[in-house]
Design a protein around this ligand. Structure first.
Ligand code: ADP
Ligand code: MG
Length: 607
């Protein structure tokens, strides 16, 4: 490690200013980055109470010389640059010289360190920025930084923190990212005494991904290793089977630095266009290596943002590399006899409309089955199914004719026998004659509404109708998703989900709501977790209900699917039993009507 020196004012002025120590996770990030910069190949991270009570980072890196320790805790002291021009060629993660001083200012900090050249180590204590002691001690080579009672002297900042579990989740996210950025370093993360993450440091990124995300993710990866004249990309991208409902599993590293970068994100996601369902996001861990002169890392104090000087060609390069990789995979058919759901998922990722599933008694023929009768369709101009249902059926029964003289509303048990289903137009709208009115029912909206009401009712009545999944779906949850799942475990159970901890960050989803069995359950479930993660408990029921509405919408008969008359009848019957059968969960009408009188007017039969 170079000498630690104070930066001159000119250099300080050129460094992106701002506070980096806002929560335990940012402290962990800064300290672990210091350990990496110190050349450590084993780093342990230990926290208690979300890091508010204790953060302890231990490394086997270079250590700090006794005479340099006080200096290291001064603002703008660093061993990593001497002037601003060095930033252009930076190969360390740190360079601002502010982390140790900022951390020491707001906590009770202890540094234990020993260099390989020194015979003894030193324990240094500093509380709220005031030095307490500097003592010799027998220590192993390397550095341990202990941060206790964070923000004890800045109550305003303490108040700003979230629950210990949430803060621990943020820390876990940071540690995961750093562990993936450096598979050659062994990381161990312990929270309240239990080990949450442990990587071997054997250099294999895939092994690190396995340690973090588990078997399901690791089994569905495509390796990326390519370069062009601008940059090189290595790492892994996920097959569409492990697509997510949000971006929480997109990880980008530029020259070893984790970045949340829109250009890379856009290039990655666009490369998946046509290969993965719209609105889903790929799993990706991408290491981008680029000449340091072509980027600016001095954009933001947390250094998680960078600027590419030529962002257009960076986009193009990444897009091309990823796209090529995805296409290469597609042209080689996947013949592995994987888990049961895999073939289904393979199909559905390409043609989302095939995923439409109609529970009993609304079994319908989807577009795909229609396509199985091409000859029929060519001859008649209609698909086979249309032939079956074209004639008007269900003639008005005698008894009902008599009843029409009473004022029985269309939506009522009593009116049901008098409903005459005339048929369907545009594969979507059912025409029902009743009394002097023609009713037009949107089958999609109607089905949406029926599914939605069923589930909402169950939520209220505490009933749940589950469909078992065999085999169970294995989900890999981020720490935040995990926390949300625990918080709303009861609600999920009521809807019909059954999720059990499966070890590590994996959960086994063994049952799903019966009515929504057809959906991509992984996606739906994680989308729901994501939606719930940031809301207060009061807002949660509404969010859940909204999510169910959207899911019901997806699972419902799409306009354009064919129902038989019996299926339509059953659907309309169930619709009629609802408190509000008139609107779909999103508020669109399910039924419109036109009177006989209106028609007669149109045809100038009456004036
Ligand atoms: P920066 O990382 O930007 O240089 P810091 O305030 O984080 O600033 O650290 C100040 C200096 O202390 C570093 O430049 C480095 O020389 C030294 N240092 C900090 N942490 C460690 C560590 N774990 N091992 C060895 N040296 C360290
Ligand atoms: Mg640092």
């Amino acid at each position: 490690m170079n000498e630690i020196k104070l930066l001159d004012q000119n250099t300080i002025d050129k460094i992106a200013a701002g506070e980096v120590v806002d929560r335990p996770a940012s402290i962990v990030k800064e300290l672990v980055e210091n350990s990496i910069d110190a050349g450590a190949d084993a780093i342990s991270i230990e926290i208690r109470n979300g890091g508010m009570e204790l953060i302890r980072i231990t490394d086997n890196g270079s250590g700090i010389r006794r005479d340099q320790i006080s200096l290291a805790f001064l603002r703008h002291s660093t061993s990593k640059i001497t002037d601003a021009s060095d930033i252009s060629f930076i190969h360390t993660l740190g360079f601002r010289g502010e982390a140790l001083s900022s951390i020491a200012a707001v906590s009770k900090t202890q540094l234990c360190t020993k260099t390989a050249n020194d015979l003894t180590g030193v324990i240094y204590r500093i509380n709220g920025g005031k030095e307490q002691s500097l003592e010799d001690a027998a220590l192993p080579n390397g550095t341990t930084v202990i941060v206790r009672d964070l923000f004890y002297n800045t109550p305003a900042r303490l108040k700003f923190l979230k629950s210990p579990q949430t803060e621990a989740g943020y820390i876990s996210d940071i540690v995961q990212r750093i562990a993936m950025s450096r598979p050659d370093i062994s990381f161990k993360f312990t929270s309240n005494g239990s080990v949450r993450l442990s990587t071997s440091g054997n250099g294999s990124l895939k092994d690190a991904i396995y340690a973090i995300f588990g078997r399901d993710i690791t089994a569905n990866l495509l390796d990326v290793d390519d370069r062009d004249e601008n940059l090189s990309v290595t790492g892994f991208i996920g097959k569409p089977q492990i697509a997510r409902g949000n971006r929480s599993f997109e990880f980008f590293f530029v020259n070893g630095r984790y970045v949340g970068d829109r250009i890379i994100q856009k290039a990655l996601e666009e490369a998946y266009t046509g290969y993965q369902m719209k609105g889903t996001f790929p799993f990706a861990v991408l290491n981008i290596a680029i000449e340091p002169e072509l980027i600016d890392v001095n954009v933001h104090p947390s250094k998680m943002e960078i600027r590419f000087f030529d962002s257009e060609s960076v986009f193009r390069s990444i897009y091309d590399i990823i796209r090529k990789r995805i296409i290469r995979r597609e042209s080689i058919p996947d013949i592995s006899l994987g888990r049961q759901e895999s073939p289904k998922e393979e199909r559905s990722e390409k043609k989302p409309e095939e995923k439409v599933y109609i529970p009993e008694p609304f079994e319908i023929n989807t577009r795909k089955e229609k396509a199985m009768y091409p000859v029929f369709r060519e001859e008649t101009g209609y698909p086979a199914e249309r032939e079956r249902i074209a004639p008007a059926v269900n003639p008005l029964p005698e008894k009902a004719i008599q009843q029409t003289w009473a004022e029985i509303p269309f939506v009522s048990e009593a009116a049901k026998p008098a409903h005459r289903i005339v048929g369907e137009v545009f594969d979507t709208y059912w025409i029902v004659e009743y009394q002097e009115q023609m009713y037009i029912i949107d089958q999609h909206a109607a089905h949406e509404k029926v599914l939605y009401e069923r589930i909402v009712k169950r939520l209220q009545e505490e009933h749940h109708y589950s469909q078992k999944l065999l085999p169970a779906l294995i989900l890999t949850l981020s720490s935040r998703e995990e926390e949300t799942l625990k918080r709303y475990a009861e609600e999920f159970r009521k809807i019909g989900f059954e999720a059990e901890h499966f070890g590590g960050s994996e959960y086994a989803l063994s049952a799903v709501p019966a009515d929504l069995f057809s959906l991509d359950q992984k996606l739906w479930f994680t989308e729901m977790l994501d939606d719930l993660s940031d809301v207060s408990s009061q807002a949660a029921p509404q969010i859940l209900t909204d999510r169910i509405a959207t899911a019901a919408c997806k699972a419902a008969v799409k306009g354009g699917n064919i129902l038989s008359v019996q299926q339509a009848q059953a659907l309309i019957d169930e619709l009629m039993t609802l408190d509000n059968p008139y609107n779909c969960p999103h508020g669109r009408p399910t039924i419109v009507s036109m009177s006989k009188y209106e028609l007669e007017k149109k045809f100038k039969r009456v004036l």
